[in-house]
Design a protein around this ligand. Sequence first.
Ligand SMILES: [Zn+2]
Length: 403
Amino acid sequence: MTSSASVGERVRVLRLAANISQNELARAVTGRDEPSNKLVSQIENGRQPIDDALLSALAKALRCAPDFLTRGRHDAVSTRPWLRAYADANAKVVESVIADDLIAHEVITTLRLKQVPDQIPLFHGDLNDGDAIEMFAGEVRAAADLGPDAVVGNAMRAADRLGCVVLPLISELGRHLGMSHRIDGTPFVRVSRPGDGGVPGDRQRFTVAHEIGHLGLHSHMPPPDTAAEAQRIERQAHRFASAFLAPAAPLLEDWERLGGRVTLTTLADLKATWGIAIKALVVRFQQLSIIDADQATSLYKQISKRGWNKNEPVPTTNERPIWLQRALDQRAKTEPIAAESRAIAARVVGLNEYMISRWIDWTPVQSADGVPAIPLAGRTRRTSPRTRAAGSGEVISLSSKRR
Ligand SMILES: [Zn+2]
């Protein structure tokens, strides 16, 4: 017999993952426009007896089977997440992503998907020592099966090989392009999707590397107390990312071959090889003491004048991870009924297929889709053709009031 408390806890995690308010859920469950605003709070606190009718209404609204809600607690613990530009991240959205990762973690463990063990070495050196971070990046590259001089052909797959679960980040985190944390030892990395409303390939790659940097460099650290401390941590992760994607020796070798001058043309050529943004290469050359601050400033000015802040030349292909899809496909083979692997996974764990598809969906986002569609069933407020295409069944967009 499961308690109302554990059902309440699971309702809360699913609701947070869907990024909807208690009121929204109450409306979906009761079908009333003005439901008691205490209902969902009582449920989540385990103070509301839950009969079959309420259970199935909750399950329908949250897009899962009633079984999923009565399964008992999923006792997994998340570390505090690292985010790019953490300080001004929207706490509610961060909470929502953590909740969604907890559900993904539960699905992965329930299905017993074959995971790659966490291969990210942990840094024990001096975080203020740039050279130590460069060396560490080399160690992590080796752990990801990358030769010392090799270009990172696909940063997301490198993350796969390091044992990370890489999932798309809903673009509502805005300029926060990535987020990482560990759940019961499994590293989770979230990265924005490509497209108009998403990010170009070179920034995706940099973000993945940056988050791997946090997972290796900062796992032992408490959250930063001050903005200055947070900035220092960000710089360390940036340093790691540059060294991971463009190790000094081969990068400088290529640069010498191109004439050994730091010009925008040379940087664009290097970008084509190393898949790292021209602006990030300016930072890189400054890190490596090839140029000084004045030269960097002058290059930034030229970049800005050419309009490259918004749109850099030499587009880099967007990447996608493969581990989750492959693991689901493998798992599906063990089932007697042949069907699409996501459908099988959804049925086995008792979630709507849409919930699982979201974790594998790396299709480009349009800028108008900046606000995520909410997979809330039972009540339709406004369904545009675009949001309907995002998943199966009913989808509500909550964007109308924010536009
Ligand atoms: Zn960061």
